[in-house]
Ligand binder design. Structure first.
Ligand code: PLP
Length: 419
């Protein structure tokens, strides 16, 4: 709490002229690259090759990431979107195949499906974890469904036991989209080791960054082999020659990206542990405030909080979400409304069935179903977006920062509940 202000002025909301909870800025970013990255980069350059197959950096990173996750295979690629596309390609997703995923995700998840001619189908989310659920997935299954992309949103694991049961029952492949979820634990196992194949992102906004980049991990040898070909133009680089057998892409990483990723990976456990501690602390401080819902983490699970998404009950608090957020932000803490603004299925590319030019492919009946996307498709997810507030969680934040965010949320919620 800021000092030197009378108790009386603290009671008033800052938007009404009262003293804000916090009067100094909360630092959410800081120095994330240092000598460690520089040393790795120098070594990469000293190799006199930046090609992933000839140097040691990408290979080393892949080995270390696979070791950290306890999986057999890891391939590095150029982005999280590329990783998801490679996963879909490796699984053989093709024209008209339906792939179930979340309406609250990055467009990269959807690009991967469409790029293979697959059709995205959106399952609704749990109202407090914001992840797709076994029931919502089951409700979307048709005889064309081939796979599910489970997005572990914001560092928080989805209900994987139930999801794997549904997948097994309907013979669906499971891709885990862990772009936002490094070292995120599901009942003693890491999210990213539970499905058939999993994807990560190293874009600059994630827990760790290589500028851009991504990874695919799997324990399945044939999926790994296909992924290795799919990311490198279908070329086999093990001496068997250039004879691409299917359309593949160039998602090859380079040694500079690999070098930065090695250095970043060393920092990952601490980054995630700190974020986990901060996010859980925020939950423990705001739970029980009438009309405020914390970001729910399932029992025996652990979130690495890429961000924190709480919600309010506008009826109980007698205030609209936007006004609530404005009032909390005025208390000097970093809080913004919602997450993605609108559901992924509301983007014109889907609403207008406009993935490719001059045709309706893949919604064309020749290949698949003309799945319709419209507002109202996933009512819980839409409600989440309309009633949620987001605040950053970062390794550069302190316990006091979290305490001030919690105090601001409490002050504003209690004010509106009473007035
Ligand atoms: C859930 C999710 N999936 C996929 C992606 C795509 O990753 P990239 O930006 O590295 O392509 C992102 C990136 O924001 C993401 O958050």
């Amino acid at each position: 709490m800021s000092e030197n202000h009378s108790d009386e002025s603290r009671k008033f909301l800052a938007i009404h002229g009262g003293t804000p909870v916090r009067t100094t800025p909360i630092k959410t970013a800081g120095k994330r690259f240092d000598e460690t990255e520089l040393r790795e980069l120098k070594e990469a350059l000293d190799q006199q090759t930046l090609f992933y197959w000839h140097g040691e950096k990408v290979r080393t990173f892949q080995r270390q990431f696979a070791h950290l996750y306890g999986v057999k295979y890891c391939h590095m690629v150029t982005s999280g979107t590329a990783a998801l596309h490679v996963a879909c390609g490796a699984l053989g997703i093709g024209p008209g195949d339906e792939v179930i995923t979340s309406p609250i995700t990055d467009q990269g998840t959807v690009i991967a499906i469409l790029a293979q001619g697959g059709i995205p189908v959106f399952a609704d989310v749990d109202p407090h974890t914001y992840n797709i659920t076994p029931d919502s997935i089951a409700a979307c299954v048709t005889n064309r469904t081939k796979a599910v992309i489970v997005v572990h949103l914001a560092g928080n694991p989805a209900d994987m036991d139930g999801i794997l049961l549904v997948a097994r029952k309907h013979e669906l492949a499971v891709i885990e989209d862990c772009a936002q979820s490094y070292l995120c634990w599901y009942k003693g196992r890491l999210a990213g080791t539970l499905g058939d194949i999993s994807c990560f992102s190293l874009n600059d906004f994630k827990h760790i960054s290589a500028g851009d980049g991504g990874m695919i991990v799997t324990n399945n040898e044939s999926l790994s082999k296909r992924a290795g070909l799919f990311l490198d133009k279908g070329y086999s680089r093990d001496g068997t020659g250039r004879r691409p057998e299917f359309l593949a892409f160039n998602y090859r990483p380079n040694e500079l990206t690999g070098a930065v990723a090695i250095a970043q990976l060393r920092k990952l456990p601490q980054i995630c542990a700190h974020r986990n501690m901060l996010g859980d602390r925020l939950t423990s401080q705001i739970k029980g405030i009438p009309g405020v819902y914390p970001h729910r983490v399932l029992d025996d699970c652990k979130s690495s909080y890429w961000f924190y998404l709480g919600r309010i009950n506008p009826k109980m608090l007698k205030v609209e979400r936007d006004e609530f957020v404005k009032a909390v932000a005025a208390e000097g803490v970093p809080i913004t409304p919602g997450y993605i603004g609108r559901m992924v299925y509301e983007y014109p590319v889907l609403m207008n069935h406009h993935a490719f030019e001059n045709c309706k492919f893949p919604w064309d009946e020749k290949y698949g179903r003309a799945v319709q996307y419209r507002q109202g498709l996933c009512p819980i997810a839409e409600e989440v977006e309309a009633t949620s507030w987001r605040c950053p969680i970062s390794e550069f934040m302190s316990l006091r920062d979290i305490d001030d965010i919690a105090a601001a949320v409490k002050k504003v919620a209690e004010y509106y509940a009473k007035n």
